[in-house]
Write a protein that binds this ligand. Structure first.
Ligand SMILES: [Zn+2]
Length: 439
């Protein structure tokens, strides 16, 4: 039974509202608050989105605002939905309004970067002076934002990890954020402009009739040094180079930029970095209007090279296929055994790495791909080859021969050793075969 429900503050996260409900309700433990709000005391409230509210909680929220407004104005939905197609965005919005999990409906980077709930000491002070308590603001949770766009001081971490597998715990901002937290001034003016830009983009409305982000960014390359005079060739290498100069810690590579420009990468942070570098206003980035006179659909391109060495350019794949074959054969030879004679597996990935190619390049080169496939080995085949190599090595060095010495050289597990037995005959003579099996 919900006797009292706090009102929601400007830009407050839904998660923060839930934890304030717990703090204000006087309930002895947060799981009881979860039961009130979600009919489930072990419910996991997502830090960035919302949740499946109980009928009672939903009715109270609907009196205060509406579930739709709650999603738009109090979750990170606008951040993650900004650059996807209208259909995808609306489907995700529906899912969130129903209180369900998004799954893959929005492009949420699942990178390994550990993130924390962030706060601004000066915003917290303002909240406490104005409302008598502080809360978690959305604007401070934008990925990679470093400064408070209002106070230009460095954001601080609460130490509470935001991961996809969130703890069900309700952390109350008023308890977590120290009262005497010192705000550290930022000394880099470009960092402040970027933070303000990120916040501005986040606050923009989301019009429905927009060009796709890849097409729009490509269109905006026109009349910049990043597009050839004919308007057909993107100069991605130059863009990459200049962005590395612009942003001290740009974590992206040239192929990430290339994929963004053709619409295959929807990483919000990278899109914002490109747009900011190109001087696109937050309003233009939200509206993404391409004049009819610029017909992007007529600009048909050959499959594009994502190569970090060559950048975007027209490729004659048949020619490349033919010409690369001798090098592929050589690389396979080098891959089959390493410099110590130890066997290695020939995989598409290993070949591409050695060629300096992106991992899917072989899909465009049938002859080269077929050559690599000729050397395909199952794990058991590989183990058999490795065991024979180890056996010979032990013999050559006149070492003690037993199962242990094989294991020490190959790191193979006993069960894998046994699985490989029937295949040993393909790599050595029957006599050696039975000697190995007897181990
Ligand atoms: Zn602030």
């Amino acid at each position: 039974m919900i006797a009292y429900f706090p009102s929601i503050y400007p830009d407050e996260l839904v998660y923060s509202l839930c934890s304030r409900y717990y703090a204000h309700s006087g309930l002895p433990c947060y799981s009881m608050a979860l039961e009130d709000l979600f009919d489930d005391k072990s419910y996991r409230v997502n830090y960035e989105f919302s949740g499946h509210f109980s009928t009672e909680a939903k009715a109270i929220i609907n009196k205060m605002t509406s579930i739709e407004k709650l999603i738009k104005n109090h979750t990170m939905y606008p951040y993650y939905a900004r650059f996807v197609s209208t259909e995808r965005r609306e489907a995700a919005f529906g899912t969130l309004c129903e209180g369900n999990h998004l799954g893959k409906q929005l492009p949420i980077p699942n990178g390994n970067d550990i993130r924390y709930l962030m706060y601004c000491p000066q915003c917290s002070k303002y909240d406490r002076d104005t409302y008598g308590e502080t809360y978690f603001h959305r604007i401070h949770q934008i990925r990679h934002i470093k400064l408070c766009p209002h106070h230009s001081c460095l954001l601080r971490s609460t130490g509470i990890q935001i991961t996809s597998n969130t703890s069900p715990r309700l952390y109350v901002a008023e308890e977590v954020i120290p009262r005497n937290s010192i705000s550290e001034a930022n000394t880099d003016p470009s960092e402040l402009s970027l933070a303000r830009y990120m916040a501005e983009v986040f606050r923009q409305p989301m019009p429905t009739d927009t060009a796709s982000i890849g097409n729009y960014l490509t269109y905006r390359l026109n009349n910049t040094p990043y597009m050839s005079a004919t308007g057909f060739m993107r100069q991605t290498a130059k863009l990459y180079h200049d962005m590395r100069e612009h942003y001290a810690d740009c974590p992206y590579r040239q192929h990430h930029i290339e994929k963004t420009l053709i619409g295959h990468n929807l990483d919000q942070h990278l899109i914002i970095l490109i747009a900011f570098h190109l001087g696109i206003s937050p309003q233009d980035l939200a509206i993404r209007s391409i004049p009819a006179s610029y017909a992007i659909t007529t600009r048909k391109r050959e499959p594009t090279s994502y190569s970090t060495r060559k950048g975007a350019q027209m490729q004659d794949w048949n020619k490349l296929d033919r010409e690369s074959l001798p090098r592929i054969r050589e690389i396979i030879k080098r891959l089959l055994v390493d410099s110590t004679g130890r066997p290695r597996r020939v995989t598409e990935r290993a070949v591409c790495d050695m060629m300096g190619w992106p991992s899917k390049r072989l899909n465009l080169l049938p002859q080269c791909q077929a050559e690599v496939h000729r050397y395909h080995e199952t794990m058991s085949q590989y183990w058999a080859r490795e065991i024979v190599w180890a056996y010979k090595k032990i013999q050559d060095n006149s070492l003690r021969l037993n199962w242990r010495s094989i294991r020490d050289l190959t790191n193979i597990r006993r069960c894998d050793f046994i699985v490989a037995h029937p295949l040993l005959c393909h790599y050595t003579d029957p006599e050696t075969c039975s000697k190995i099996i007897s181990l």
